[in-house]
Design a protein around this ligand. Structure first.
Ligand code: URA
Length: 217
């Protein structure tokens, strides 16, 4: 069992298709009212690695898929550099609805609050219970604190492995949006390189697991 830092009382159970259908009707917080749809996770039912972001953005809200906008494009580039194939990974978010405020015709991302995060934890817990990844990666502070607790500091502790369950380890790294938002170019390049370094760690652990499983057969 993979436990989140704050336990979830009732974890919904079922296949990913069932969970996706259940989450589509979720009314546990008010975010569903203004969002286009629930953006549930995507990827193989038993992916070896799960990447967890924060909350869907405007493009994800329209597409119904995580990480398809600018942050997703940067993530794709970093994954490719690290030797990870997105199609083999399960990608999801800590919160499954887009939260925004409207300025004219533009929908501007608004950070979800603690109550909305708490209401949505059941779905991440359900995805972890179903997929049972060997590696979980928190992208950014929100996901990292959901996995490792509110004292987790992404700046000081990114890239460090922690046990998340008997068969699962986790680490946190920069959120691709945080990399994109870094104002100074030199620091932005550095943060991107750190993201790739952490993802290479993930690729190395996955390769070692595959080798160990191959040798045991
Ligand atoms: N940022 C996230 O945290 N998740 C997405 O799906 C897109 C942007």
């Amino acid at each position: 069992m993979i436990a989140l830092a704050k336990p979830v009382e009732q974890v919904p159970a079922g296949s990913l298709a069932t969970l996706r259908r259940m989450a589509a009707d979720c009314r546990a917080c008010p975010l569903w009212r203004h969002a286009t749809q629930t953006v549930f996770g995507r990827g193989p039912e038993h992916a070896a690695a799960m990447l967890i972001g924060e909350q869907p953005g405007a493009q994800e809200d329209l597409a119904g898929e995580p990480f398809v906008g600018p942050a997703g494009q940067l993530l794709d580039r970093a994954l490719a550099e690290a030797g990870l194939d997105r199609r083999t990974l399960y990608l999801t978010n800590t919160v499954k609805h887009f939260k925004y405020e409207t300025r004219g015709k533009v929908r501007l991302h608004k950070r979800v609050n603690a109550t909305e995060q708490a209401a949505c934890r059941q779905w991440l817990a359900a995805e972890l219970a179903r997929v049972q990844p060997r590696v979980a990666v928190g992208l950014g502070a929100m996901a990292a604190q959901t996995l490792f607790g509110k004292d987790f500091r992404i700046g000081a502790e990114r890239g460090q492995w922690r046990e998340l369950g008997p068969q699962t380890r986790g680490l946190a790294t920069w959120h691709p949006s945080a990399v994109l938002r870094t104002p100074r170019e030199a620091r932005r390049r550095e943060a991107y390189a750190e993201l790739v370094t952490d993802l290479r760690e993930v690729a190395a652990v996955l390769a070692a697991l595959r080798d160990a499983e191959g040798a045991a057969r």
